[in-house]
Design a protein around this ligand. Structure first.
Ligand SMILES: Nc1ncnc2c1ncn2[C@@H]1O[C@H](COP(=O)(O)OP(=O)(O)OP(=O)(O)O)[C@@H](O)[C@H]1O
Ligand SMILES: Nc1nc2c(ncn2[C@@H]2O[C@H](COP(=O)(O)O)[C@@H](O)[C@H]2O)c(=O)[nH]1
Length: 290
């Protein structure tokens, strides 16, 4: 430290900055401090305590004011350390992550993901494959890859799916290649699956992915939301609602729970974004293995 201070002092001694802002003479010792006796201290006559017998040290030099002074100081510090200051980022670059968004039918998974995609372009939502018929308003390749049952079975045979399940009587599955392609480009990946799909993915991905459980504020709100969506006949509605009761019990196997309350879609999306940001800032990151 003493050596560094000396070197810095000698570098600055050659700089015009020093001419204007001289270092205090006693700030940089020129002889080893061990050879100097400790300063004598005297008891003050006042009741305020101890005082040094030596005069007070001179005030520190004023901070550099002009940009050339600051530049001189910067270069002086570099010279004192004997290396240039690097402008490389100090934090490692964030690695792509896999985020699984699951929850009971009708809770708002698709709605949350749609808004999330609008907010974060770097996120890729994996379009899953399904054997179910297209609903009015759905787009092939955007909502799902709509395939026949035979085509789906071929995908299973060829081991093209990371996970697949029979969901309400129809096949649903995640194409592996899509994940690989987008991760290679540095994108974060969002997967939307039902609860059984999330359980399978936990077995495959373990702690390397982030599992978010989306819930409505109450069962009552969830049922009203499903009725309002008008996509299911009453018998199928009953199946989805009965299944939802069971599914809520699986919440404890997830990493996070996010409440998507009635009329509060934006709040739920913000919370998912906060989770992603916090996970990105983690020092001991999740190591992805797929
Ligand atoms: N916060 C919210 N407040 C009010 N309505 C909402 C909210 N979030 C979503 N919705 C509506 O609730 C319905 C169900 O949402 P969505 O289809 O996104 O659910 P989902 O979880 O993807 O369902 P599924 O699992 O059956 O595909 C939709 O009509 C959607 O517009
Ligand atoms: N296990 C999987 N579940 C999936 C997949 N893709 C979608 N889903 C889930 O299915 C239900 C029903 O969807 P719907 O569009 O018919 O209403 C819903 O919970 C989806 O999240 C998948 O690849 N695997």
């Amino acid at each position: 430290m003493l050596l560094l201070t000396r070197r810095f002092s000698s570098v600055l001694a050659r700089s015009p900055f020093l001419a204007r802002c001289p270092l205090p003479p006693r700030a940089v010792p020129t002889t080893a401090p061990a050879s100097r006796p400790p300063p004598r201290r005297l008891m003050s006559s006042s009741s305020s305590g101890w005082h040094h017998s030596s005069p007070p040290p001179p005030p520190p030099p004023p901070p550099p004011s002009s940009s050339s002074d600051k530049d001189q100081l910067f270069r002086g510090l570099e010279a004192a350390l004997g290396t240039t200051f690097s402008s490389d980022p100090l934090a490692p670059p964030p690695e792509p992550m896999i985020i699984i968004i699951s929850g009971p039918s009708g809770v708002g998974k698709d709605a949350v993901i749609k808004r999330l995609q609008e907010e974060r372009e770097e996120i890729h939502f994996v379009v899953t494959a399904t054997s179910r018929a297209m609903r009015p308003g759905e787009v092939d390749g955007k909502d799902y890859h709509f395939v026949t049952k035979e085509e789906f079975l071929t995908m299973i045979e060829r081991e093209e799916l990371l996970e697949y399940a029979l969901v309400y009587g129809e096949y649903k599955g995640i194409p592996k290649q899509q994940i690989r392609d987008y991760m290679a480009k540095g994108h974060d990946i969002v997967l939307r699956v039902d609860i059984q799909g999330a359980a399978t993915l936990r077995e495959i991905l373990g702690e390397s992915a982030i599992f978010i459980f989306l819930v409505a504020e109450s069962e009552d709100a969830l049922v009203k939301r499903l009725i309002h969506r008008k996509t299911e006949a009453p018998d199928m509605l009953l199946v989805r609602i009965a299944t939802a009761r069971e599914e809520v019990r699986r919440m404890k196997h997830f990493d996070y729970v996010v409440v998507n309350a009635e009329g509060k879609l934006e709040g739920a999306v913000k919370q998912v974004e906060s989770i992603i940001d916090a996970e990105k800032a983690k020092i001991h990151k999740r190591r992805l293995r797929i």
